[in-house]
Design a protein around this ligand. Structure first.
Ligand SMILES: [Zn+2]
Length: 331
């Protein structure tokens, strides 16, 4: 069995090891380190790579990963789980999306993969993580959130062949529907698309909302769904739970606010919406109605912005286009 060593965490058969991975230098010159856990079974098998908090204030996934790890018996594994629940830890410490130490670069870690050795701070952090991910991972699950607790959908790297079919099998095992098989050229710089291009089946889970806007049920159920992904890829010899067919969407569109003010949404995550349908209403700060906002496309609502006060141009809802139930696997 090839030894997996990530930072100070060195895998051992039938054991869980915790360690730290240095991803960059802090402004005081001390190492910026992020936590790593490796759980390895007694025999070789797939390497399931899990990470969360690519966007620092998207904590739900870190809770799901930690809950999943707590219930994992190393002796029962046929392969390895590598977990980095806080990829953008300095952003998480401030409860914000991007690292407070990012300079003049954009710093969206979901646009920084596979990273750049000579890039900005987040590019270099991405590079430090990617080096290990590319070397070891056979499957990737990357956890994100939207803004509200009722967010539950997924994306897979849509590269043709095994990446797409295995990715969809992972999405089916997790069982959040709808799902976007993401066309190459979309979401460039996400860990998911970088991994897909490198031949690694990859799944993004959008579970819950930012900060503390998620429920204990989403965490508990998310950990069980993640365990089902581990079963599906052969890491665990337990029976795979059938969550049914996915609703596939072809791409996504945003509804951007034509006004600013106090926003009252009229839709929920997961509901169908028609082009021209009511998305919500803006009121001014005197309480007078300013305008209704209408959907720019027909589809399914993937995520909503709950307000309350929003500037003109903010994204109000995220729409999955051309939703359709799978006929056969992945079609
Ligand atoms: Zn995110």
């Amino acid at each position: 069995m090839a030894t997996i060593e990530i930072g100070t965490a060195r895998a051992r058969p039938s054991a869980r090891v915790d360690g730290m991975l240095k991803v960059a230098d802090l402004p005081d010159g001390q190492p910026m380190q992020i936590p790593v856990t490796i759980v390895q079974g007694p025999a070789d098998g797939p390497v399931l790579w899990l990470h969360g908090c690519v966007h620092g204030n998207e904590f739900c996934g870190a809770y799901i990963i930690q809950t999943f790890l707590r219930d994992l018996d190393p002796a029962a594994l046929r392969g390895t789980v590598v977990a980095l629940p806080f990829l953008n830890l300095t952003a998480s410490q401030r409860n914000q999306r991007m690292s407070p130490f990012e300079g003049y670069n954009v710093g969206d870690m979901n646009r920084c993969f596979p990273g750049k050795e000579d890039g900005g701070l987040t590019d270099q952090m991405g590079h430090a993580v990617w080096t290990h991910l590319k070397r070891h991972a056979t499957h990737l699950v990357d956890f994100h959130t939207a803004l509200t607790p009722d967010t539950h959908w997924s994306l897979v790297a849509g590269h043709e062949g095994k990446v797409r079919t295995e990715g969809l099998a992972m999405a089916r095992a997790f069982g959040y529907s709808p799902c976007l098989p993401t066309p190459p050229g979309t979401l460039n710089g996400s860990a998911m698309m970088a991994a897909g291009a490198a031949g690694i089946p990859s799944l993004i889970i959008e579970a819950g909302g930012i900060g503390s806007a998620f429920s204990p049920e989403t965490v508990k159920e998310g950990a069980e769904r993640l365990r089902n992904v581990a079963r599906r890829i052969g890491l665990l010899g337990e029976k795979v739970v059938d969550h049914g067919k996915l609703t596939l969407v072809s791409n996504f569109a945003w509804c951007k606010a034509a006004h600013g003010g106090l926003f009252k949404p009229a839709v929920r995550c997961g509901q169908p919406i028609k082009k021209g349908g009511l998305v919500g209403t803006f009121f001014n700060t005197h309480g007078e109605k300013v305008a209704d906002e209408r959907a720019p496309a027909t589809g399914v609502v993937l995520a909503i912005n709950p307000g309350p006060l929003l500037p003109q141009g903010d994204i109000l809802i995220h729409i999955g286009l051309e939703p359709r139930l799978e006929t056969r696997a992945g079609e």
